[in-house]
Design a protein around this ligand. Structure first.
Ligand SMILES: *Cc1c(COP(=O)(O)O)cnc(C)c1O
Length: 375
């Protein structure tokens, strides 16, 4: 059996080596390391793929979120609602910009931000909502946009985990996740669904004026060389990473399909066990692209399973072990434990199994046999 890994980037690379190497070589041959033609080509390719007017490449997904928020007219003290159950980057940038993060619980079925939670958290100071398409599954964007529009709030999608996922709206149209809110942010961290070989990120928007603002912010607030109109940052996608991404983008749909296929096989084997809750997989759309394959262990044996899998050399991980409202940096006296029953429970029950584009049947059978035998 091939060695088990949480993410197998090496086997994936070997299949696309010719394209990736040629792209990197092009950057070396043309000496265009910063803002080179490959950055612009990748940007255009991604705009076309996503069906969005503007892609603004930047240095990483955390920057993408931060810059997206810097581009909106938000002031210190404005409240920004986001999910308690996500990676810390989401809430970190809110706090860094001196906005006030307001964490709300998530839904048990999709592990995404709770609509009831959002509604309850809205105050006159609320200015934005940041839904996270967690583990690759689209949040309920129709309902989130409806709430946002009713209260005049911005929606900033944290799409670091769900690039390529389709959201089917109430009219039956398929829209790429990350392009539905006012602005979306993604990460090209190597293990993400579209990953480069270093750090990278991008911001998406259909708003021409906002795109213009964001293009200046990523480049020291310059709209004209050496004229600094706003306080900006230095956040660039370098040309080598853009070259890797340009070579990988044509494979993204096949990569997401491979993840969905692996997820179906996992679920077919694990779903029969009464103590294992497998993720809901929709047969009619691609609303879940399985950045992670996360199951819940409901009989209190999650930590035991983690140790057991590690003993058997099966990589696994807990995303996320501690709710954000319990983190020192983000604790707030306004939060009450009873406001976060689902996140608290998920942190005790979730475990992520290996998920990547190169999983084969033998590996999945081995992993699921070990899980079932223990649970
Ligand atoms: C990975 C990730 C980020 C940050 O992306 P980086 O490129 O690592 O900065 C932000 N939000 C979520 C939900 C993520 O998974």
């Amino acid at each position: 059996m091939k060695k088990l890994q949480m993410v197998d980037l090496k086997s994936q690379y070997e299949k696309i080596k010719v394209e990736v190497d040629a792209s990197i070589q092009e950057v070396l041959d043309t000496n265009t390391y910063i803002n080179g033609p490959l950055v612009h080509q990748f940007q255009a390719d991604l705009e076309k793929y996503l069906g969005v007017k503007h892609v603004i490449p930047c240095a990483n997904g955390t920057d993408a979120l931060q810059i997206a928020m810097m581009g909106l007219d938000l002031k210190p003290g404005d409240e920004v609602i986001t999910a308690d159950f996500t990676f810390a980057a989401t809430v970190e940038v809110i706090a860094l910009l001196q906005l006030t993060p307001v964490l709300v619980d998530v839904d048990m079925t999709n592990m995404n931000i709770s609509l009831e939670g959002i509604k309850k958290a809205i105050t006159p100071k609320t200015k934005a909502i940041v839904p996270v398409h967690l583990f690759g599954r689209a949040a309920n964007m129709d309902a989130i946009m409806e709430i946002a529009n009713a209260h005049n709030l911005y929606v900033i999608e944290d799409n670091a985990q769900a690039i390529g996922a389709d959201y089917t709206n109430a009219k039956g149209e398929k829209i790429k996740v990350g392009t539905i809110g006012h602005v979306g942010a993604t990460s090209f961290f190597p293990s993400k669904n579209l990953g480069c070989y270093g750090d990278g990120g991008a911001i998406f928007t259909n708003d021409d004026a906002l795109a213009h603002t964001l293009r200046g912010i990523v480049n020291h607030g310059m709209y004209e060389r050496y004229h600094h109109d706003v306080v900006g940052v230095n956040s660039r996608l370098d040309s080598i990473q853009a070259g890797v991404l340009k070579a990988k983008l044509p494979h993204l749909d096949a990569y997401n399909k491979a993840r969905q296929d692996a997820a179906r096989k996992y679920s077919a084997a694990l779903g029969v066990n009464e103590h294992i809750i497998v993720p809901v997989i929709c047969d009619t759309c691609d609303c879940h692209v399985f950045h992670q394959y996360v199951i819940r262990i409901t009989n209190g044996k999650r930590d035991g399973l983690l140790a057991h899998l590690q003993n058997k050399q099966i990589p696994c991980a807990i995303y996320y072990p501690i709710p954000l409202h319990k983190q020192k940096a983000y604790a707030d006296s306004r939060y009450k434990e009873e406001d976060f029953p689902v996140t608290n429970q998920l942190c005790e029950e979730v475990i992520a199994l290996p998920m990547h584009t190169e999983l084969d049947d033998e590996q999945i059978k081995f992993i699921t046999d070990v899980v079932l035998e223990f649970v």
